[in-house]
Design a protein around this ligand. Structure first.
Ligand SMILES: [Zn+2]
Length: 113
């Protein structure tokens, strides 16, 4: 089986409700989102998917320079963002996994099983 992965960065603000910590205060992250797509077969000329198309689709769903709490009706943790981005990308590609990096040290991953 093959897997291909592309990544794209975006910047956004959020605050996390329901946890008494500094995360309750509005702050920003330079997020990086990775999408991994898998296939047992290659499409001509020998690709799982076109990297440019995949990355363009990923970019189209990322809420760049937005306040995530206003964009979504869920608490915008990295975990919830990963599941949301999975659901969006899985409409178009056989996605294996989404990884959301909040910074260079911390990430959350979502895959459907
Ligand atoms: Zn945060």
């Amino acid at each position: 089986m093959w897997a291909v992965r592309v990544s794209k960065s975006f910047s956004a603000a959020h605050f996390i409700s329901g946890k008494e910590s500094k995360c309750e205060n509005m702050h920003g992250h330079n997020y990086r989102v990775e999408v991994t797509v898998g296939s047992k077969d290659l499409q001509p000329p020998g690709m799982v998917v076109d990297f440019v198309e995949l990355r363009s689709r990923l970019e189209s769903i990322l809420p760049d320079h937005r306040l995530l709490n206003e964009v979504y009706n869920f608490n915008p943790t990295a975990e919830n963002l990963a599941r949301h981005f999975y659901n969006e990308m899985a409409k178009f590609y056989p996605v294996l996994k989404i990884t959301v990096w909040e910074n260079e040290d911390c990430c959350a991953e979502y895959s459907p099983d």
